[in-house]
Design a protein around this ligand. Structure first.
Ligand code: SF4
Ligand code: SF4
Ligand code: SF4
Ligand code: FES
Length: 1011
């Protein structure tokens, strides 16, 4: 079923992003707008009240998610005989406003004339003329027929140096929305406007080309641009019927349109363009989807024409509004990649041959049934994908349990998030974020531990950066590497590898011992305080300082900041969880939050940042060896009985193998067959060589993928699945938010959505599943899982979302703990932990520590993101970051090839010398299939969850004496030099000698050069 989302009115207030804070309506009063009473609230902006009333007032620079910018002056209204900007006026009781007085109308028109002097109106042949161009719509609204101030070209060329978008200075109306978005929403601080110049324009890094600047291609600026000055290159020449003409012909058309204007006026041009625009509507589709990359959960409209993606337009996503990162905005070329698998493949005589679906499905069913009959159901293991939908993960675990008859089912949260979930289960009861990202933005203090948030969860990072820059939020970052958040932090801690548990516990002890524990909260809501305090005995500040190598004063400063903050959120990620003590360190984080009373209130809580788009949902929906959907223990006979009744089968009662144990079981000869969907397990599991050895021993392996990835080489059958844009379903983001994605494109011929393939495999194995649409699967999930009782597709229609748990009446819980914790007595539990030395440590031979993680531009190993040429050009390969001091000692430079050798394997990479890393600590990004970091990692795991200690790797480095190009090309944003400023800095525009407020006594604005 295809869904077309209605055209978006950019001027309307988006859902979930009202500029009216919740609760404000309590303080309501009346104001008068054009003689009609309107309800308003204190602190509300006048323009929001006017927009809500339905009165059409021009406003070009104002955007509800950016706030007042005050550059365009088109929103002038009259109050008590004075002209003011509606976007910059706070309402007060009794205000009487006129939007259409002679003076106001004159001012609006004059202001818009100034805008048009910076812009050529050629809508009919413009790719931005799709019903939502603010400049076009304002021309119409104000009934502008002629350009009173002549258009002046600017002495600048179009900048086409970024692969994803271009800037045309001649079309730029200098509204500053892009600058505001870049400086204060994305907070990459690349853009500015040179207001003092004779010909102001938007600048990248103060005057660089876009391609050589610090621009991270997040697309915020392009999304909010109210005209065609900034446009996605994927739109250019594709949106309009005539816009694809060769440039000379297009220029001729523009001349023609302009030539008509003096005689016909803009009205005629507008009417022609709107007729053409209506034709566009018939072929441009706008479909809502949810990002396929990280766990932030951004949602947006995909604009498509046939199978071409015109652009990604974020606007009303409950998490992201207008925000995206480079991946969500631009990394979609995998959809139409020629490398897509489009036929099932069967291995025969050591090579793959194409096969029909029927043959492939029959073979899969036959071999799985055969192996099951010969060796029992537990000789088969299934891996679900964190990239697939909730419905698909549910079906995968149902296939394992109800059809194969095994609990050997897992997903990649084992590789990252299970320790965080364990830490939360132990202490507060639910394995999910305890609030929403809005709580993180609202917190007085954010503590980030082991997370490269700006690169791994970029849109969440924007909210923290904005809160810090504009609202005084304090930020503490603990990380081995001086990543962007660390550099922005008020306090940056660089503890020794694997010692986070120590300093976290020491600070907790210090807070307790110095009277900063929130005793009232602990007495009311927390058990186990005395025993927990006893467990902290070894964790003195002295021990922490000595083992973590962090100064005592710094630890005390962190403790003081925590004690002083009324609200604190802690975010953590793989820098904590992928350690041999990942569960205990996660527990220590939650303990700290409990001791300081930072649960149960807005702006507080624990936020383990989920990596994949649906890693939360894969576990929520039972792709785990010990839990049925909704974390219902498989060992519980009553719970099992409920599923058995529904599914009409007998379920295996004992916990199955997790993915790490499955690899061991293959080596032990116990696991004979695997069915893996959407998981490059051969390179994302640790100790990749050991994993590869295991896979080559399997009797039968099924891989369900969209590309022939590394793991496919071990397969006996490869089934071609579809990416997220070719299916319906739901994803659950890091903040427990369930959102629908709609099918944008029909599956590429030959491919099938994963839910259909799993259904078909089940039926070929003898089941009788009748699902025709994922909504039927969701109905079954809701029926069997109290946590999702009220989840329905209707309640998730469009941009609506639900944050679990969802009661049967549909009410959800953005803040997870409000009255109590989900334990028998309603109290949370402090959980004592101890610390041990990590097993894989540097020694005389393996003398360096290697850390690893994601890179902004790529997702994980890059299987999807490398298909986007612009991304591959900016980040073509992985590398190793080497500190300047180590580079000097080892005589290497950026571009030097090195071998990194661990106790388990070897990779060959180029060096990047950078002060992001220190001393003998290295960093290798994960984005490589040829030289994946996991050739170096070990099989040590966190003992509780079996999550590999990916971050505890000792290596030796051999400099190969061969120096190549820098692995980070000059077009990579890391070379840029941002230009932070407060925002668009409109005051500088107002200081220009040629500026005055528009309004009666209109004087023609003279271009500066004419003076
Ligand atoms: S970082 Fe680049 S793409 Fe993002 S808002 Fe700034 S200039 Fe635009
Ligand atoms: S490029 Fe920036 S300043 Fe120019 S019109 Fe677009 S948003 Fe406004
Ligand atoms: S990758 Fe993450 S932050 Fe980027 S657009 Fe997608 S969901 Fe948002
Ligand atoms: S909308 Fe108010 S100044 Fe631009």
């Amino acid at each position: 079923m295809l869904k077309t989302v209605q055209p978006i009115n950019r001027d309307a207030k988006p859902n979930g992003h009202s500029s009216v804070p919740e609760g404000l309506y309590e303080n309501r009063f009346a104001i008068t707008v054009d003689g009609v009473l309107q309800q308003a609230s204190s602190d509300e902006l006048l323009i929001d009240v006017i927009n809500r009333s339905g009165i059409q007032l021009a406003h070009v620079c104002y955007h509800p998610q950016l706030g007042p910018i005050q550059t365009c002056d088109t929103c002038m209204v009259e109050i008590n005989g004075e002209l003011v900007r509606a976007c910059a006026t706070r309402v007060s009781p009794g205000l009487s406003v006129t939007t259409n007085s002679t003076a106001a109308s004159e001012a609006q028109r004059e202001a818009f004339d100034r805008i048009l002097s910076n812009h050529l109106l050629y809508c009919t042949v413009c790719d931005n003329s799709n019903g939502n161009c603010t400049v076009h719509n304002t021309t119409k609204l104000l009934g502008v027929e002629h350009q009173n101030i002549p258009f002046q070209t600017k002495p600048y060329a179009v900048d086409n140096t970024n692969p994803f978008y271009r800037y045309d200075p001649n079309q730029c109306i200098l509204c500053g929305r892009c600058v505001e978005a870049c400086q204060n929403l994305e907070v990459n601080e690349t853009l500015s406007i040179d207001w003092e110049s004779p010909h102001p324009r938007v600048l990248w890094d103060g005057g660089s080309t876009i391609g050589a600047s610090s621009c991270v291609s997040c697309g915020h600026c392009v999304t909010v641009c109210p005209c065609n000055a900034l446009m996605e290159t994927s739109m250019l020449g594709h949106a309009g019927f005539l816009t694809g003409l060769p440039k000379p012909a297009l220029d001729g058309m523009i001349e023609l349109v302009k030539g008509l204007e003096p005689e016909t006026g803009f009205g005629t041009i507008m009417r022609v363009s709107e007729a053409e625009e209506a034709m566009r509507e018939s072929r441009i589709r706008r479909t809502k989807t949810v990002c396929t990359y990280c766990g932030v959960g951004c949602s947006f409209d995909v604009w498509s024409k046939d199978r071409h993606i015109l652009k990604i337009e974020p606007f009303e996503g409950p998490v992201n509004g207008v925000s995206t990162c480079i991946k969500g905005k631009f990394a979609w070329d995998h959809i139409n990649s020629e490398d897509r698998l489009t036929k099932p493949l069967i291995r025969e005589g050591g090579v793959f041959r194409e096969a029909s679906w029927e043959e492939a499905l029959s073979l899969v069913a036959h071999r799985l049934n055969e192996i099951k009959a010969a060796n029992g159901p537990d000789s088969i293991g299934l891996i679900s994908s964190s990239k697939c939908t909730n419905e698909e993960s549910f079906l995968m675990q149902k296939l394992a349990r109800a059809v194969v008859g095994t609990n050997n089912i897992d997903n990649c949260s084992r590789y990252c998030q299970s320790p965080a979930t364990t830490g939360l289960f132990r202490t507060v009861g639910y394995g999910g974020d305890s609030g929403s990202f809005t709580d993180i933005a609202a917190a007085e203090l954010v503590l980030i531990v082991g997370s490269n948030t700006a690169e791994s969860h970029p849109v969440l990072a924007t909210r923290i950066k904005r809160a810090q820059k504009l609202h005084g939020q304090k930020l503490i970052v603990s990380d081995l590497r001086e990543n962007e958040m660390a550099r922005r932090a008020d306090v940056y801690l660089h503890p020794e590898p694997s010692t986070d548990l120590i300093w976290l516990s020491a600070i907790t002890r210090y807070l307790i011992d110095n009277g900063f524990a929130k005793t009232e909260f602990i007495n009311a809501h927390v058990n186990g305080f005395a025993e927990y305090r006893k467990s902290l005995e070894p964790f003195t500040l002295e021990f922490a300082s000595q083992r973590c190598r962090v100064a005592i004063d710094t630890l005390k400063q962190v403790a003081r900041m925590i004690a002083d903050a009324k609200t604190m959120c802690i975010c953590w990620a793989m820098g904590v969880t992928q350690h041999s003590m990942g569960s205990d360190t996660s527990t220590a984080i939650s303990n700290l939050l409990l001791v300081t009373g930072n649960y149960m209130r807005p702006g507080t809580g624990a936020y383990p940042l989920r990596g994949h788009n649906n890693v939360q949902g894969a576990s929520d929906n039972g792709s785990m060896p010990d839990n049925l959907p909704g974390y219902q223990p498989v060992a519980d006979a009553t719970i099992r009985a409920r599923f058995e009744d529904y599914w009409k089968v007998t379920l295996p009662p004992l916990r199955g193998l997790d993915n790490h144990q499955m690899v061991d079981a293959i080596h032990a000869g116990k696991l004979k067959a695997m069915y893996v969907i959407g998981e490059e397990m051969s390179i994302v599991d640790s100790n990749a060589n050991y994993v590869d050895d295991a896979f080559s021993k399997l009797e039968f392996m099924v891989i369900q993928e969209i590309f022939f990835g590394d793991v496919c080489q071990y397969a006996d059958v490869v089934l071609p699945a579809t990416p997220s844009l070719e299916k319906d379903g739901t994803f659950t983001s890091s903040e427990r938010r369930i959102q629908r994605l709609y099918q944008v494109f029909e599956p590429l011929e030959g491919c099938r959505p994963d839910w259909q393939i799993i259904r078909d495999v089940a039926n070929h194995m003898g089941a009788d599943w009748k699902y025709q649409h994922p909504s039927e699967v969701m109905a079954e999930i809701a029926a069997l899982t109290p946590m999702f009782a009220g989840v329905t597709y209707e309640r998730l229609e469009g941009y609506q979302s639900l944050q679990w748990p969802v009661a049967s009446d549909g009410s959800d819980q953005p803040l997870l703990y409000t009255k109590d914790f989900p334990f028998a007595d309603g109290k949370a539990r402090l959980f004592p932990t101890t610390w041990q030395e990590p097993p894989d440590q540097p020694d005389a031979e393996f003398d360096l520590h290697v850390n690893n993680g994601r890179l902004l531009e790529h997702f994980h190993e890059g299987n999807l993101t490398y298909r986007t040429a612009g991304i591959a050009s900016k980040t073509p390969d992985t590398f190793v970051e080497v500190s300047p001091e180590l580079a000097k000692e080892r005589k290497l430079t950026t571009g030097s090839w090195v071998h990194l050798t661990s106790r388990y394997g070897k990779i060959r990479v180029r060096a990047v010398v950078t002060d992001r890393v220190h001393g003998k600590e290295l960093y290798v990004p994960m984005n490589s299939v040829e030289n994946p970091i996991n050739r170096l990692t070990s099989s040590y795991t966190d003992p509780v969850t079996h999550t590999p200690a990916f971050k505890e790797v000792a290596v030796k480095m051999t400099v190969l004496g061969e120096v190549g190009e820098s692995p980070l090309p000059r077009t990579n944003s890391r070379w840029g030099h941002p230009t932070p400023q407060r925002g668009v800095e409109v005051e500088r525009k107002w200081k220009r000698p040629d500026y005055r407020l528009p309004g009666p006594k209109l004087v023609q604005i003279q271009p500066l050069r004419a003076r």
